[in-house]
Design a protein around this ligand. Structure first.
Ligand code: C5P
Length: 421
């Protein structure tokens, strides 16, 4: 999966320009932000308009410039609340002493200060002022307040100033500011990709729930599996960008959004559909199903009558679905589950090897607070030896959270350098 990190599409920046000689640099900043692919709308305080005209910013941003809070005409276009919601970032550059003070005090007597209070977006300020004003106790106090309030302060550069002084207070160059903004969105985008795009492009097949083995037309052998873990995994894999097919035994759960569900009843049918999925192309196979180990040797055609005091039914072994898939030549990455009541780790590690799995997640179902019907789970994950990966303890959490961590474990194993064995 690849993201184009060269430009950031469809991100909205409200660039607020306040009164200061550095306002001229903001004109170039608009250009640089547009070059990087951002949508830019400019807000100007009255002070800023003494240095540079709204027309300049209108021409550069391609959007009308916002200057007034109580202007019926402007509010009819994009009102201040709408503008506050539109912003993915409110960037105040240059930020004057007066603006910092207004923000720190929570005033709302002009468009920008109102916007600051009304937006949920991150707020960045790039203070630019005379070095003495920067060093003033009140300015530093206000900056501390803003940092405490979650505002990101871009530190001014040192150097010669328009007023003839030398010191801290120069606004960083537009290229530098644009780069910082772009990097911020790249980081955010990467974090989303890491969280939600880990399985992008993969086809994940998940077996879930119990199987039901018929005895006669009205009776069956089954177990208590609810399918919750498998369904939570299906949702997590879909959220991670995968195409997901859920082969579900009889459970009363809604199909997760975006997931293809194929209902089956018996273990034999579950295996048949699993093999079909392999032919369709499957990258990751996750076996959460509590498959009945045995099925009735001969299913009675008609309802079995209660004739004697005893009834003997002969059972034969069901196929092991996950082990069968793991034996195929073009096998997917195989994930198994093990529910144990004792020697949990030992049995699970044994199944990992015996069934030729890549990863196994096991839990202790003797614990009353987790497992089968519970909404929570706690698991230990083992990886096949060739991955050289440490086992992972997934502490007790909702099945959704456990599912997310299992997706991360699968992703990590898939991207782990497999050394030749
Ligand atoms: O039942 P057992 O502990 O052997 O299950 C371990 C793993 O094997 C689970 O992932 C389960 O879904 C899978 N399994 C299977 N077919 C079976 C039995 C178990 O796919 N017949």
């Amino acid at each position: 999966m690849s993201f184009d990190l060269s430009v950031i599409p469809n991100k909205n920046i409200v660039l607020a320009v306040t009164g200061g000689i550095a306002a001229y640099k903001s004109a170039i900043l608009v250009r640089r932000l547009k070059d990087a692919g951002f949508n830019v709308r400019v807000v100007m305080t009255h002070g800023a308009q003494a240095f540079i005209t709204p027309l300049t910013f209108q021409a550069l941003s391609g959007n009308p410039v916002h200057t007034e809070l109580l202007n019926p005409e402007a509010e009819a276009g994009m009102g201040h609340i709408e503008l506050a919601r539109w912003a993915d970032l409110l960037l105040v550059a240059p930020a004057s002493c007066d603006t910092l003070a207004k923000f720190a005090a929570g005033l709302a007597d002009d468009l920008l200060s109102t916007l600051y209070l009304a937006t949920k977006s991150p707020v960045w300020v790039a203070p630019a002022m005379n070095q003495q004003m920067w060093a003033a106790k009140a300015t530093q106090r206000n900056l501390n307040t803003l940092v405490e309030d979650g505002v990101h302060v871009i530190m001014p550069d040192a150097g010669s100033q328009a007023c003839g002084d030398v010191g801290l207070g120069r606004m960083p160059e537009p290229e530098d500011l644009a780069r910082q903004v772009t990097q911020y969105f790249h980081r955010a985008q990467r974090a989303i990709a890491e969280k939600f795009g880990m399985l992008a492009g993969k086809h994940v097949v998940i077996t879930a729930g119990p199987t039901r083995e018929a005895m006669d037309p009205v009776r069956y052998i089954s177990n208590h599996s609810t399918g919750k873990m498998g369904f939570a995994l299906a949702a997590a894999c879909y959220a991670a960008g995968a195409k997901v097919t859920l082969i579900a035994g009889p459970v009363s759960l809604d199909t997760p959004n975006g997931v293809r569900r194929i209902n089956v009843t018996s273990a034999v049918k579950m295996l048949e559909i699993s093999m079909q999925m392999l032919n369709e192309g499957c990258d990751i196979f996750i076996a959460t199903a509590a498959v009945a180990d045995y099925r009735v040797a001969e299913v009675a055609e008609h309802k079995i009558k209660k004739t004697g005091d005893e009834l003997n039914i002969s059972l034969i072994k069901n196929p092991d679905i996950v082990a069968t898939i793991a034996q195929q030549q073009k096998r997917p990455f195989m994930v198994g589950f093990a529910a144990e009541t004792r020697n949990v780790e030992q049995y699970a590690a044994g199944k990992l090897v015996a069934k030729k799995l890549d990863m196994i997640a096991c839990n202790d179902v003797s614990r009353a607070d987790i497992g089968f019907a519970s909404d929570e789970n706690a698991m230990i994950v083992f990886f096949a030896e060739q991955y050289h990966m440490q086992k992972r303890d997934l502490e007790k959490a909702s099945k959704q959270e456990i599912a997310q961590q299992l997706v991360e474990a699968i992703h990590d194993a898939l991207h782990h350098e497999i050394e030749p064995v």
